[in-house]
Design a protein around this ligand. Sequence first.
Ligand code: SAH
Length: 218
Amino acid sequence: MTDFAKLRERMVERQIAARGIRDPMLLDAFRQVPREEFVAPAHAAQAYGDHPLPIEAGQTISQPYIVALMIEAAGIKPGDRVLEVGAGSGYAAAVMSQIADQVIAVERKPELVAVATERLRRLGYDNVAILEGDGTRGCPDGAPYDAILAAASGSHVPQPLVDQLAPGGRLVMPVGRQAWVQKLVKLTKLPDGEVERESLGEVRFVPLIGEEGWKDAG
Ligand code: SAH
């Protein structure tokens, strides 16, 4: 039997804490979510590897460190309402739900919506909602959000997402060429509505496909 608890603790220490992420609340959130449940059984043994893994519908579950980096950059804290664009397996949403008040995660692939919804319900994450749709439009019904994360890369930050950020809100998203490395950017909406932008380094994500993203290749 694989000792998942041991692998999980090792992931937190060696892949996340050792790379400089020290917020105890964030590290505990990663300790609480059984990542092996968020991949197909055939991949469970690799669930705690330092890399992304394939999930259904030709998509990927992000590398654990990248999930941590994005959550840290977005400054997610207790009481926050969070929007995730690209729910995928539901893993990042589950981790964020351990800190935030409410997480709304939009996913365009119906197959992933079904799998992630069943999984989150079964595991008892009742402050996460997975909604099917084009997340480049955000989710106006739940706006404004204290933090918005996009787990897929676009050519630009969709304006609806900026519009749906609360004053003081933070948005983290990979921006750049498709099938290439992208820049992880962070936008902060100041109390007066002005938007500050900074770059957090290079990453590689699957494409964001939608009205304010790339066109669907098929
Ligand atoms: N956060 C996920 C990673 C998923 S990969 C996890 O923890 O597993 C990115 C996901 O974004 C894919 O599932 C893809 O289908 C989805 N996606 C791409 N464009 C989208 C869009 N416009 N709206 C919603 N989801 C989108």
